[in-house]
Design a protein around this ligand. Structure first.
Ligand code: ATR
Length: 272
């Protein structure tokens, strides 16, 4: 019987993770199956326990359960602890190991797939929820020249900045007026509802990359805004999705799949 993995979320039917992991398994010759598990909003623990009870080896965790998965794990990686969220569970004998591969996924996508240097660049991160928290530390490690965190509720951004040891600057959207950045990453959930964070005009420096962690068949409001503002390059979160999956695959199987090949496949499907 092949080893069982899956992604747990609500909703989860739209998830591309089963397709990505099936491709990774095919590439690397690993004998595993990967399914989508829909858990009721109040049923994360019961669904995860049932999966584990029938021999499941590991789960990816998506919205809205990353915080619950953090509390469910009995052992945590340093990066999961920093993010206070878990997107990867591995069921070991006697322990539930919780990790967070989202930050590594973003960094891999930026550096390798997009060839975007971060060191000595001006970086603006939008949003101060779970998605932002998960990527702050890995981005800090790349030594941007400036690292600004803007949020609609500036107090939340200030809390995150304090947690990160004061190495980044928290502010409101209005306070960005007159400033320019080489990389602007949208980690808000605004794109989910077709909304746009209230960015002042002029934040994209010459040659800037605008990056939205969301992805879909339709361009997000943030990327459309960035295009109109003259951002030189636009990227959605599909690359991050594939790269975080590759990192989870490594946590489970100890092998690194060819993520670039899988991203290419998904891009072909996305562009029809
Ligand atoms: P996630 O886990 O996806 O980050 P979250 O923890 O609910 O979700 O956080 C959502 C983030 O998106 C927050 O930073 C939120 O801003 P507030 O802290 O001010 O609520 C931000 N957000 C959501 N909708 C937004 C909008 N229309 N404009 C700007 N920011 C928005």
């Amino acid at each position: 019987m092949p080893d069982q993995y899956g992604v747990i979320g609500n909703p989860v039917a739209h998830s591309k993770s089963p397709q990505i992991h099936a491709e990774f398994a095919r590439q690397t010759g690993q004998d595993l199956v990967y399914e989508a598990l829909l858990a009721p909003k109040d049923g994360f623990v019961a669904t995860a326990n049932a999966f584990r009870g029938r021999g499941g080896r590991g789960l990816n965790v998506t919205l809205p359960f990353k915080g619950e998965a953090f509390r469910y794990a009995t052992a945590l990686s340093a990066r999961a602890r920093a993010a206070q969220a878990v997107n990867t569970l591995r069921f070991d004998a006697g322990a539930i190991y919780g990790d967070n591969t989202d930050g590594a996924g973003l960094v891999q996508d930026l550096l390798r797939n997009l060839g975007c240097a971060i060191a000595a660049r001006r970086l603006l991160l939008l949003g101060a929820g779970g998605a932002a928290r998960g990527v702050i530390e890995p981005l800090l490690l790349l030594h941007p020249a400036q690292f600004v965190l803007a949020n609609r509720t500036p107090e939340t951004a200030q809390r995150l900045a304090q947690d990160a040891g004061g190495a980044l600057e928290a502010c409101s959207y209005a306070a960005l007026t007159g400033r320019q950045f080489d990389l602007v990453v949208n980690a808000t959930s605004a794109s989910l509802s077709g909304e746009l964070p209230p960015l002042p005009p002029g934040v994209f420096a010459r040659g800037a990359l605008a990056y939205d962690m969301m992805y879909g068949d339709v361009e997000t409001a943030f990327l459309a805004f960035a295009r109109g503002q003259g951002a030189a390059r636009l990227a959605d979160g599909l690359g991050m999705l594939v790269e975080q999956a590759a990192e989870s695959f490594f946590v489970w199987r100890g092998l690194r799949p060819d993520s670039a090949a899988v991203l290419k496949l998904l891009r072909q499907a996305q562009h029809g």
